[in-house]
Design a protein around this ligand. Structure first.
Ligand code: SF4
Length: 463
C-alpha cells in the first residue's frame, strides 16, 4: 500500500509549483494556446449562442443515451462492423485481448485516445507480449520517455523543444541540435514502418454518430487515418457519453472542438469511420470493432447533480484556464483526466474517497466554467463534490473536528468573545494549519474583538 493519494498530491504539488523550469515551459506553451484561442474566438458571430446550442445538443443526446447507443449499434452492425459493450476496464481489456489473439496480432499502432489511457491498454498489452506503439507525436514522446500524458489534448505540453531533442538523442542517437521540424521528421520516419508492420490499429473517438453507425475522429497529424488504413483490424474504444444525435451536428461540433482545444478553425483531419472496408474498396481494415465503455460513467449519469459533466467533449480548455493546473501541472493529479473536469469526474469514475481531495484544490474562480464550450458549470460541480465529501464523511477527522469547534465558537458572540485574540490565533495555527496546510497564512484576530472594544467605548461615552 502506497502513501494516501491526498498526501501524494500535496507533496507533488509543493515540489512542482516551485520548479521554475516547469513553470516557464508551461507558461510558454499555454501562452501560445491562449493567443490562438483569443484570435479564433473572433471567428464566431456569437460564441455564447454556439456554446448554448452545443450544450443543448449534448444534453439532449445524454437524455436519450440508450436510444442513440442502440441506434448506433444497429447501424454499425448493418455497415459490417462489430459493437462490444464493456462495463469496466477489465471487460474492455478482455475484448481487446481476445480480438488481438484471435487474429494473431503482435504489434498494434495507436492514435491518441484518453479512453485507452483510462484502461491502461499499453501496459496490459505489454504483459501479454503485444507491442503497442503510440503514433500521435505528443503521445509518442511521452511513451518514449516512459511517462503518461500530461494533458488530455497536448500530452507532451510539459516538454520544451530541447527536452524532446535530448530524448531523441538518447533513444535514437540523433543530434541534440535538431529543429522542431527535424524532430518531427525523425518520429515520422520511425513510425512509418510501424504502420505497415502492425496487425491492428486502435483509436478512440471524439463523437459517436448514431445515424451513420460511425465514429468521428479529429486529429492533426494523419496518424489516426494511417493507423486505420494500413492494419487489417480497427478497434475503437469509446466512452458511451461521446454520443451526438446526428452527423449534421458535426458542423457545429468539429469547429467548436478545435477552436476550444487548440484555437484552430478546424482540426486538420476529421474522419468518420462507419465500418470495415466494403467489397469495392481498395483500402481499409477487413474488421472493425467498436467497444462502448462505461467504466463508471453510469455512476455520473445516475447522479442528477453531477451528470451534466458527461457533456464534456474533452477539449482541454478548462485545464488551460485553471490557475491550479498551471501551477501544479498535469502529473500531480495522478488521474487520467486532469484539471477541473478530471477533478469533477474522477471521484465517480474511480473511488470517491481516493480522489475527492482534488476538489479542495480549487480557488472557485469559475474561469473553467466560463471557457467551457458546452457550458458545464464546473466550479459549481466542484462545490457540490465538496458538499458530498462532508456528507459522506470523506473529509479527515481533523477537518470535521476543526469545523465543528469553529461552528460552536463562532455561532455566538459571547462564546467567541470569551477568549482573547491570542487564543483564537493559536486555535487557527494549531488546527487550521493541520487541516488546510502549514503554508497557509491565516487572518490575524485582534487582541480584543470589535464588539468588546465598541461596548467598552460606548460605556465610557455614556458616563
Ligand atoms: S469540461 Fe468543458 S472545457 Fe473542460 S474539457 Fe470538457 S468540454 Fe472542455
Amino acid at each position: 500500500m502506497g502513501i494516501p493519494k491526498k498526501t501524494k498530491f500535496l507533496r507533488d504539488a509543493e515540489k512542482i509549483s516551485s520548479n521554475l523550469s516547469h513553470r516557464s515551459t508551461i507558461l510558454f506553451n499555454m501562452g501560445k494556446y491562449h493567443a490562438a484561442v483569443a484570435a479564433g474566438n473572433k471567428r464566431y458571430a456569437n460564441i455564447d449562442e454556439a456554446k448554448n446550442r452545443a450544450a443543448n445538443i449534448k444534453q439532449h443526446a445524454l437524455k436519450n443515451l440508450s436510444k442513440y447507443l442502440v441506434e448506433f449499434e444497429s447501424n454499425h452492425i448493418k455497415n459490417g462492423g462489430n459493437v462490444l459493450w464493456a462495463s469496466n476496464s477489465h471487460e474492455a481489456l478482455t475484448h481487446i485481448k481476445q480480438i488481438l489473439t484471435q487474429h494473431n496480432v503482435t504489434t498494434v499502432v495507436k492514435s491518441k485516445s484518453m479512453t485507452t489511457e483510462e484502461i491502461e491498454l499499453n501496459e496490459e498489452l505489454e504483459k501479454i507480449g503485444i507491442a503497442s506503439i503510440e503514433t500521435d507525436l505528443g503521445e509518442y514522446i511521452v511513451q518514449l520517455a516512459g511517462e503518461k500524458p500530461y494533458h488530455i489534448v497536448t500530452p507532451a505540453m510539459h516538454k520544451s523543444k530541447q527536452d524532446v531533442a535530448d530524448l531523441f538523442h538518447d533513444k535514437f542517437g540523433v543530434s541534440k541540435d535538431l529543429t522542431a521540424e527535424e524532430l518531427t521528421a525523425v518520429a515520422g520516419e520511425n513510425l512509418r514502418k510501424k504502420y505497415i508492420e502492425a496487425g491492428a490499429g486502435i483509436t478512440g473517438a471524439n463523437f459517436i454518430v448514431p445515424d451513420l453507425g460511425g465514429i468521428a475522429v479529429s486529429e492533426n497529424e494523419g496518424n489516426a487515418i494511417m493507423s486505420t488504413a494500413f492494419p487489417n483490424i480497427h478497434i475503437a474504444i469509446v466512452g458511451i457519453e461521446k454520443v451526438i444525435p446526428s452527423y449534421k451536428d458535426l458542423a457545429l461540433f468539429w469547429p467548436h472542438l478545435s477552436q476550444h482545444g487548440t484555437g484552430q478553425a478546424i482540426t486538420v483531419y476529421n474522419s468518420i469511420f462507419t465500418g470495415p472496408k466494403k467489397q469495392d474498396e481498395l483500402h481499409g481494415p477487413e474488421h472493425m470493432y467498436v467497444i462502448l465503455l462505461d467504466n463508471g460513467r453510469t455512476n455520473l449519469y445516475a447522479n442528477p447533480s453531477i451528470g451534466i459533466a458527461l457533456s464534456c467533449i474533452r477539449c482541454g480548455a478548462c485545464l488551460n484556464a485553471c490557475p491550479i493546473y498551471i501551477n501544479v501541472g498535469g502529473y500531480t493529479y495522478n488521474t487520467t483526466y486532469q484539471g477541473p473536469i478530471g477533478t469533477v469526474i474522477t471521484p465517480y469514475l474511480r473511488y470517491f474517497d481516493d480522489f475527492v481531495h482534488l476538489n479542495s484544490a480549487c480557488s472557485l474562480c469559475g474561469k473553467c466554467s466560463t471557457v467551457c464550450p458546452v457550458q458545464i458549470p464546473l466550479h459549481s460541480l466542484i462545490l457540490h463534490n465538496r458538499q458530498e465529501a462532508v456528507r459522506l464523511k470523506s473529509v479527515s477527522f481533523w477537518e470535521r473536528f476543526f469545523i465543528k469547534l469553529f461552528r460552536i465558537g463562532a455561532s455566538k458572540h459571547t462564546r467567541i468573545d470569551s477568549v482573547g485574540g491570542g487564543v483564537k490565533n493559536m486555535f487557527f495555527l494549531l488546527l487550521g494549519s493541520k487541516v488546510w496546510g502549514a503554508k497557509r497564512t491565516f487572518p490575524q484576530f485582534a487582541k480584543k474583538s470589535f464588539r468588546s472594544q465598541y461596548l467598552k467605548k460606548d460605556k465610557k461615552n455614556s458616563l
